[in-house]
Design a protein around this ligand. Structure first.
Ligand code: PGA
Length: 244
């Protein structure tokens, strides 16, 4: 049985005050969060300390948005997996399409980050997805880099986020059947019980239908994770699907 996961990717949004407000509000909206779903917030790294204090004693977990691809300390501006661990991060988003596009992150660097996160005991949430065209070919080659480096067992206890680039931040999500089809293919590729979440314009209105698909194990939520009520509704949709 795969436990659903709903992760909020705050990207480069909010400030100290609005981050605290959001978490305070979320804690009260998610007071009934049960053990059937993992809920994770991923603030910018400078707010991890503040967020870890806010979510202490709650059932919300914390993740980071990136990790250094090296353990070499001569890496100005980078944040290591050990540092993330020290701040209480249990998850880290790796290979988000915005970083692939803006910073030119390569599949090889992403595989290195994946390995480093795992070594530090942090669960990688690896993002894959096509800009257009043959999604399966793109996703296969993105995942191949991890398999080449670490073998197929690398995906045990990891999370794959399928995020078609055209659906991110556009309000235009993939249809539930498109999502199911791709997730099913991904599951065939990696042949493990890996959790596969969907990302790309998930909102309260479409979350339940997407999460109800057989091979969908939750979501990676951008814009809607910045609004406590919306994010809570999405988490509750995952809970209601898990409880069936
Ligand atoms: P979105 O972003 O929910 O705003 O489309 C998803 C993501 O980038 O992870």
């Amino acid at each position: 049985m795969r436990k659903p996961l709903v992760a909020g990717n705050w990207k480069m949004n909010l400030d100290r005050r609005t981050a605290v407000d959001l978490l305070t509000h979320l804690k009260s909206l998610l007071h009934d969060l049960n053990d059937e779903v993992d809920v994770v917030v991923c603030p910018p790294s400078v707010y991890l300390d503040l967020a870890s204090l806010e979510i202490k004693l709650s059932n919300i977990k914390m993740g980071a948005q990136n990790v250094a691809a090296t353990t070499n300390q001569a890496a100005t501006g980078e944040v290591s997996a050990e540092m993330l661990r020290e701040f209480g991060c249990e998850y880290v988003i790796i290979g988000h399409s915005e970083r692939r596009a803006m910073l030119g992150e390569t599949d090889k660097q992403i595989a290195a980050k994946f390995a480093i996160a795992r070594d530090a005991g942090i669960t990688p949430i690896i993002c894959v997805g096509e800009e257009g065209g043959d999604g399966l070919a793109v996703v296969s080659s993105q995942l191949r880099a991890v398999v080449d480096k670490l073998g197929m067992q690398a995906f045990e206890n990891a999370v794959i986020a399928y995020e078609p680039v055209w659906a991110i931040g556009t309000g235009k999500s993939a249809s539930p059947s498109q999502v199911q089809e791709m997730h099913e293919h991904i599951r065939e590729l990696v042949t493990t019980d890996v959790r596969i979440v969907y990302g790309g314009s998930v909102k309260p209105e479409n979350a339940e239908e997407i999460f109800a698909q057989h091979d969908v194990d939750g979501g990676l939520i951008g814009g809607a994770s910045l609004k406590a009520q919306d994010f809570s509704d999405i988490c509750h949709a995952a809970m209601s699907v898990a409880g069936r």
